[in-house]
Design a protein around this ligand. Structure first.
Ligand code: A3P
Length: 272
């Protein structure tokens, strides 16, 4: 039996740890947790519980692939290992590093309306600040500077999808990256997940019985082998009210960048 001080905990019968076959690379606040939870409904999928931050955090990356492997879930040979770290998408050095590990890895990128994503990003940071008893910064003071969109606000850059996508496409062909429509995953999770199954060449297993709408939460929740569960309360939070004039400026700001992204990926989304 395994004892404290032994190098490794015991592996459940017949299971091994495997490097990921699939990585959810982002985007932060796109719906990445929902995506990995929904993917886990499939019996073939073994998902890492936590965000590993291997390719973007130097202190992790320096530990090398054996450390990365040690972060992976135990799975049976033939299962598909998946990890998600949303910060990968916007980190310039990550694509080359992932390619070096496995140029045939399959990548999932979930995107949502860039303006909505900014508000969701703001809301997450706001909650983190409140938790640490830091003073909240009003949304308008963060978004605007001198009456115009505050270009120094980092969350804006994360919503310039084309910028980051250009970098990924220098290292991976478009066919290696499946785009998940995060706005549609909220409304029609099954339809989106069927496309994910197809991209990953999985036997279709996820079905209507896996989802039910929870009126209190206002989102779909999951039914997994008879057990019902919703995502954590931090997923699906109300966003702050923003003056329409400011929202309008944000939408205008993202209009051209969105077009460039559509062109790059050869498809459009229902954003402005
Ligand atoms: P909001 O909290 O802004 O609504 P991530 O996991 O990448 O941080 O993304 C969080 C977002 O996932 C949430 O943003 C929410 O809109 C979205 N989401 C998609 N499907 C969901 C679901 N079934 N339950 C809860 N949140 C979901």
């Amino acid at each position: 039996p395994w004892e404290r001080g032994d190098a490794e905990p015991p592996a459940p019968n017949g299971t091994v740890q495997q490097l990921p076959d699939v990585i959810i690379i982002g985007v932060r606040k796109g719906g990445t947790r929902a995506l990995i939870e929904m993917l886990s409904l499939h019996r073939v999928v073994a998902a890492a519980q936590n965000e590993v931050h291997f390719f973007d955090w130097e202190s992790h990356f320096q530990r090398g692939l054996p450390w990365y492997l040690s972060q992976m879930p135990f799975s049976l040979p033939g299962q598909l290992t998946v990890e998600k770290t949303p910060a990968y998408f916007t980190s310039a050095k990550v694509p080359a590093r992932i390619r070096q590990m496995n140029p045939a890895v399959k990548l999932l990128l979930i995107v949502r309306d860039p303006t909505e994503r900014v508000l969701s990003d703001y809301t997450q940071v706001l909650h983190n600040r409140l938790q640490k008893h830091k003073r909240p910064r009003p949304v308008e003071a963060v978004l605007m500077k001198g009456g115009e969109v505050n270009l120094g606000y980092k969350a804006l850059n994360r919503s310039l999808y084309y910028l980051h996508m250009e970098n990924w496409l220098r290292h991976f062909p478009l066919r290696s990256i499946h785009l998940v429509d995060g706005d549609r995953l909220v409304r029609e999770p099954l339809a989106e997940m069927k496309e994910v199954e197809r991209f990953l060449e999985l036997e279709p297993q996820i079905g209507a019985a896996n989802f039910y709408f929870n009126k209190t939460k206002g989102f779909y929740c999951l039914r997994d082998r008879g057990k019902e569960r919703c995502l954590h309360d931090s997923k699906g939070r109300a966003h702050p009210h923003v003056q329409p004039a400011i929202l309008h400026k944000l939408y205008r700001y993202f209009h051209q960048p969105n077009r460039r992204f559509f062109q790059l990926v050869g498809r459009t989304f229902s954003w402005n």
